[in-house]
Design a protein around this ligand. Structure first.
Ligand SMILES: [Zn+2]
Length: 156
């Protein structure tokens, strides 16, 4: 998944959970910034490495809380970093690194963005989500309230 897909889907989920959208967006961008940054600098074998493991998202939340002292913001950052892994699942993700070694590390080459149907579809959906959340914010807030009321009515 590329930028629009990551940001759009995470902004939507963060908003649905009443979490700060900015925290979710920062959290969803961090794994690629860290791992692809390390890869470009030659410190990582692949663009998906330490920050693409399940051990990273709690750490991201802890660091966010240490910096902001805001629980909801820290939870949003952790959620964003976790959602990044889920959104990247169409390709290799080293979920359990460093507990497990992944052979795709050995064959990683330079970055190439391949516009597969998945990537194109998620970019379009992410872009549409961002545009509609911005343009119809009040309707989106009403929709969110309606969905949660229905869920609580079903559960309770
Ligand atoms: Zn990624």
């Amino acid at each position: 998944m590329l930028l629009l897909g990551h940001i759009g889907l995470t902004a939507f989920v963060s908003s649905m959970l009443y979490l700060p959208i900015l925290g979710g967006v920062i959290g969803v961008l961090i794994p690629d910034i860290i791992d692809k940054g390390l890869f470009v600098l030659g410190y990582s074998p692949c663009g998906r490495f330490l920050a693409h493991s399940v051990f990273f998202f709690p750490l991201a939340g802890i660091v966010a809380y240490a910096i902001t002292r805001n629980k909801k913001f820290a939870i949003a950052v952790a959620l964003g970093a976790l959602l990044h892994l889920v959104e990247d699942m169409h390709d290799n993700v080293p979920f359990l690194f460093p507990m497990k070694y992944y052979t795709f590390f050995d064959t990683c080459e330079e970055f190439k963005v391949s516009f597969t149907p998945y990537v194109i579809t998620t970019e379009i959906i992410g872009g549409l989500i961002l545009v509609s959340m911005s343009a119809f914010n009040s309707k989106f807030v009403k929709l969110r309230k309606l969905i949660w009321m229905k869920i609580f009515r079903i559960v309770g």
